[in-house]
Design a binder for this molecule. Sequence first.
Ligand code: CA
Length: 407
Amino acid sequence: MSKFPAFTLAGIICGASIALAAVSLPASAAAPSAETPRLTRTVVMSGLQNPWDIAFTPDGVMLFTEKCRGVSARLADGKVVRLFGISGSALVAPDVFCQGQSGVHGIAVDPDFAKGKRDIYVFMTSNLRTPATNRVVRLTLNADATSVSRRSDIIEDIAFKQLPNGVGGAGSHSGGAVRFGPDGFLWVTSGDNHNATLPQDLKRIGGKVLRVNRDGTAAPGNNTPAGGDPRIFTYGHRNVQGITFRPAGQPNAGQPFTAEHGPNHSDEVTPLVAGGNAGWDPQKRPNLRCPDDYCGYAGDPTTMPMTDTQRFPEAMRPSWVHNGSGRGMSAALFVGGDAWKAWSGRLLVSLMGGQRIVALQLDASGMTVADATVKLPATRTRALVQGPDGNLYTANDDGEIWRVVPD
Ligand SMILES: [Ca+2]
């Protein structure tokens, strides 16, 4: 943990009051309940086109993304407004497109939103550059949440897979999560694009976790290895689509944890340290047949590990490795609050192939000591977010957004 940047108490308190995806546990003198919460699910929205992520403003507007459409707002009265994206949106982005796995992905609300900084941050594909890239775009939400303005592209050069190759289609492995941490900085995840050299290449920002200021410049304290792009917090990732932060009251509060898709094995949850290598390196391997020199799917946990501790002895160790059936780990969320009983402080991750959410219990060092399946109907869950009401909100590939109330 020595490389992990110290987070100030002020920063944690500031972030906790508004960073909805990173709700911190209130310090409680009472012993935590040992009971598992009973969950009641309500379908809040249906008929959506590949909803990908959700974020709430402090005044109760639910923002959500759809992969091939853009950003919409569900207002307090239930009315839905298309804010940003393709034709029909209040602000049209002529450059946005969706292809394969890619399109409009993560969304985050500025931690100072309640103080008048009504900015939102969106991860999206764009063809403004040739070849196309993924970007993070900042927008300002108007007072009644019916339109956005002042588009500013704060990160323009996140790697995008332009063409199909021997292992998969265009648009593969873009990552796409954006979250404010309790440190007040913006965290962005990217993917390897089925490109063998990308994850370990410190000059390019695919297969990375980035940590930036609100204008997209590098945040202080990233500890990026010498010569690397200073926005890089960690590298050597495959396809990170979930990031969440250890809550106040737990050891190493504020530490980021990622959820990452494995290839045909080894989905990983990883506690990150500044400057760390996550150990994914799908470049040439002895005795493997690697289409277009990408060995990512060619081996097994021994011959093509998600965390290669032979090549990279210092690689960050995963907290949890899922090798069972139903892989495809995407969203991640530390859930908190007394209503969550024994699960308050647990780390929820979604296994899309298995159509289930798993609650992980961590030890002090961040390693997983127990896992339990969350009792909810089976579906491919894309998004896990805690609302300002303390309830869990999920988005799934059936085009729905759910509210899950613990009791
Ligand atoms: Ca790894």
